[in-house]
Each structure stands twice: as structure tokens, then as C-alpha cells.
Ligand binder design. Structure first.
Ligand SMILES: CC(C)(COP(=O)(O)OP(=O)(O)OC[C@H]1O[C@@H](n2cnc3c(N)ncnc32)[C@H](O)[C@@H]1OP(=O)(O)O)[C@@H](O)C(=O)NCCC(=O)NCCS
Length: 192
């Protein structure tokens, strides 16, 4: 007898656009816990959702990825390009899965799609920031080959609580730079 978990499988259709109404519905489906870990847009509510949706859909510095299951928008991801000429090989990844569709493998599928897209379109590094208390996020990124690049203590303040931000990166060349970071860290601390 095996304890194999039977997981339902859904097809994820990923498109580079969606309607404003679908995007608004998706944004309003993000509950407090999700908004606490993904707050790129500030507070999402019925008063703010239209301007957030319009601004996001029309941004030209982002590659956008809208993931649908049976026509319902359930995951949104993006890769943001940097303006700086010396950072053109680098981009920032962001992702949010709607509350009821989390922990079903869609975050993983969407991130993998975005990684493949990035490598195909000339990027060689993908960078992201995640709160240190976001275990789901950190585990997902580690499983996809992201390395911890830095820890920013008390980087953000929420009322009376400070939160630490972890920066993570994945490289097209597949190299693990942990040792190099450690050597540099020690040298910087001893030399300065
Ligand atoms: C963090 C986030 C993007 C992860 O996406 P997700 O779809 O929930 O994650 P996945 O389902 O792909 O993977 C998470 C877990 O589900 C498991 N899983 C994979 N396929 C599965 C399936 N078909 N059924 C059940 N579980 C599955 C994975 O093994 C993984 O398990 P682990 O946590 O024990 O390693 C998502 O939870 C989210 O949007 N959270 C709120 C916003 C947020 O934190 N965004 C990131 C900010 S940096």
C-alpha cells in the first residue's frame, strides 16, 4: 500500500494580456494574507482596484504573464526590465496566485514559464525580493534554483512591525555563487 497523494491536474493557459475586468476580479480575490506577502500595488480594494489595474496593464517596462484555468485568471506574474543600460541583462520577477488556487503547483508552473521566457529573450539574471517570513515563496524559489543574495534587516515597516527582505537570484549559466559571496563577504569585512 502506498501513500501517494492524488493531485488533480488542471491545464494552465498563459497569455500576455487580459481584460481590465478580469484583472480587477483577480486583484479583488487576493485576501489579506496574500496582500501581506505581495504588496506591489499598495492596498487593493474597490476604491483602488481600477487605477491599479489600468496602470499595471499599460506598463511598458514589464513582460506580463496572465495564467488562466478554465477561463478564470488565477495567477499573475511579471518580469520588470531595468532602465539602466548596465542592467539590461537583469530583470525582476514578481508573482501572485489567487488565494483559492495556491499550493496546487501553479506558482511553480508560472515561474518556470517566466524563467524560460527570460532566457529566450536575452536576460541572463533574474532577481527578486521576498519577505523572510514568506516560507512558501522562499521554498518555491529555492526549488527553482534561486540563490539567496542578501538579507536586508528591518527593510520595511508595517505599523509597529519591521520585516526583513531577502533578495534572491537565478542565473542563466546555472552557477551557484554561494562560495564566491562568502569569500567576498569575509574580505569586505576584514579589509575595510
Ligand atoms: C508564493 C506563491 C507564488 C507560490 O505559488 P503556489 O502556486 O502557491 O505554489 P506551488 O503550488 O507551485 O508550490 C508550492 C507547494 O505546492 C506543492 N505542489 C506542487 N504541485 C502541487 C499540486 N498539484 N497539488 C498540491 N500541491 C502541489 C509544491 O510541491 C510545493 O510544496 P512545498 O511548499 O512543500 O515545497 C503563492 O502561494 C502566492 O501567490 N502567495 C501569495 C503572494 C506571494 O507570496 N507572492 C510572492 C511574493 S515574493
Amino acid at each position: 500500500m502506498t501513500n501517494e497523494i492524488k493531485r488533480p491536474s488542471y491545464d494552465l493557459v498563459i497569455l500576455n494580456k487580459t481584460s481590465k475586468e478580469k484583472f480587477k476580479k483577480f486583484l479583488l480575490s487576493l485576501g489579506n494574507k496574500t496582500q501581506n506577502t505581495f504588496n506591489h500595488f499598495g492596498e487593493i480594494n474597490t476604491n483602488t482596484v481600477t487605477s491599479i489595474a489600468i496602470r499595471e496593464i499599460t506598463r511598458s517596462d514589464k513582460e506580463k504573464f496572465f495564467g488562466f484555468v478554465g477561463g478564470e485568471l488565477i495567477v499573475y506574474g511579471f518580469l520588470t526590465r531595468f532602465d539602466k543600460l548596465t542592467k539590461k541583462h537583469n530583470c525582476t520577477l514578481g508573482i501572485v496566485v489567487s488565494d483559492t488556487w495556491q499550493k496546487k503547483g501553479f506558482g511553480q508552473k508560472m515561474c518556470q514559464h517566466m524563467i524560460d521566457f527570460a532566457w529566450k529573450h536575452g536576460f541572463t539574471k533574474i532577481w527578486l525580493a521576498v519577505y523572510s517570513d514568506n516560507k512558501n515563496g522562499i521554498n518555491l524559489y529555492k526549488s527553482l534554483g534561486f540563490q539567496i543574495e542578501g538579507i536586508f534587516i528591518n527593510d520595511e515597516k508595517f505599523d509597529t512591525t519591521n520585516r526583513h527582505v531577502i533578495s534572491m537570484a537565478r542565473f542563466k549559466n546555472g552557477k551557484d555563487y554561494d562560495k564566491k559571496r562568502l569569500v567576498m563577504w569575509k574580505k569586505l569585512n576584514s579589509d575595510l
